[in-house]
Design a protein around this ligand. Structure first.
Ligand SMILES: C[S@@+](CC[C@H](N)C(=O)[O-])C[C@H]1O[C@@H](n2cnc3c(N)ncnc32)[C@H](O)[C@@H]1O
Length: 312
């Protein structure tokens, strides 16, 4: 799928289609439309059913509109998936038999130099908003506006061990001139955390990921949306989530495990005294990961983790 010349290859597609146990007459929600890879494959399996597809990125919606035309099996919603219940109610659709999330950003967004998501796009402005029309800070606003301490905490929380040193260097560099491009930020991270050697990833990888998560408030949106999804999905219906980072996967795993135990508190499992009936059951106890063949064909699938649950 592409909106331009870049393609987005859907990840864990077979596992998703199998895991959702698709019924031709039911409604489904693709919470993260992207290049339309999942939506299109879901639609192909429907007769009277429909796929309602959400995306925050107006580019993804416009691309899908051109691709799908007025196919009655598709409905597109330009919204954050944390608006799931409200938008579903407004649409008047029957409860979905499946909701799928494919988190993060698409290859199309990553490779669009205007968006600033990639540390390889040297002159790109540091934007990183999924919806460029949305209010709220861009990555440049955060890099130049947050205190050194706040930046250090953000990078550290996202697994960047050199986070404090990178934040210190950012604070010094921005005193000379505001940091406005992806290239300058990538160079700062590389100068502090080192480049090459045995490192598999670019030293700016986690810094860019942390900023994107903060700009789009992704963790909060995910948690809120999954809680809504567990209420919205029809009994017997399934929720499938593909995540690409340990922090996101931890949110998904924790929420699903609690719901499967009937837990509604925030306490650790050994202190929880909740005795509510479980809301869902875990379909796969062990996380599903891509086969070696998929990773070889699509290296971006490497870090994918799939969890599936079923509403009781
Ligand atoms: C990995 S891509 C999805 C790719 C898609 N499964 C495919 O096969 O083409 C993730 C998409 O989710 C969108 N997205 C991320 N967070 C979102 C949110 N909170 N609400 C709605 N869409 C979101 C991004 O804009 C991006 O287009």
């Amino acid at each position: 799928m592409s909106y331009g010349s870049t393609r987005h290859v859907p990840v864990l597609l077979e596992e998703i289609l199998q895991g959702l146990q698709i019924r031709a007459d039911a409604h489904y929600c693709d919470a993260t439309l992207g290049g339309g890879g999942y939506t299109l494959q879901l639609m192909k399996r429907l007769t009277r059913g429909r796929v309602i597809s959400f995306d925050r990125d107006p580019g993804a919606i416009a691309h899908a509109r051109a691709l799908l035309g007025d196919d009655p099996r598709s409905e597109l919603v330009h919204a954050n998936f944390d608006q799931l219940e409200r938008r579903w109610e407004q649409g008047g659709w029957p409860a979905p038999m499946g909701i799928v999330y494919d988190l993060g950003l698409s290859s199309i967004q990553l490779e669009d130099p205007a968006r600033g998501f990639s540390f390889l796009a040297t002159d790109a402005p540091l934007d990183m908003r999924f919806d460029p029309e949305q209010d709220g800070p861009s990555a440049a606003d955060i890099v130049n506006g947050w205190s050194e301490e706040e930046l250090a905490d953000l990078f550290f929380e996202h697994g960047e061990r050199a986070g404090r040193r990178i934040a210190r260097r950012i604070a010094a560099e921005r005193d000379r001139a505001p940091i406005a491009t992806a290239g300058r930020l990538a160079d700062i991270a590389a100068a502090v955390a080192g480049r090459g050697g045995r490192q598999a990833r670019h030293p700016a990888t986690r810094v860019f990921m942390a900023l994107r998560m903060a700009v789009n408030r992704e963790a909060g949106a995910l948690e809120s949306s999954l809680r809504q999804a567990m209420k919205l999905v029809a009994p017997g219906g399934r929720i499938a989530v593909v995540s690409y980072q340990s922090r996101e996967d931890a949110i998904v795993k924790d929420l699903f495990r609690r719901a499967a135990r009937g837990c509604r508190c925030e306490l650790p499992p050994d202190e929880c005294l909740c005795s509510n009936p479980p809301v869902i059951r875990l379909v796969n106890r062990k996380v599903i990961v891509p086969q070696e063949k998929e990773i070889a064909e699509n290296p971006r699938s490497r870090s994918a983790r799939l969890r599936i649950v079923e509403r009781i």
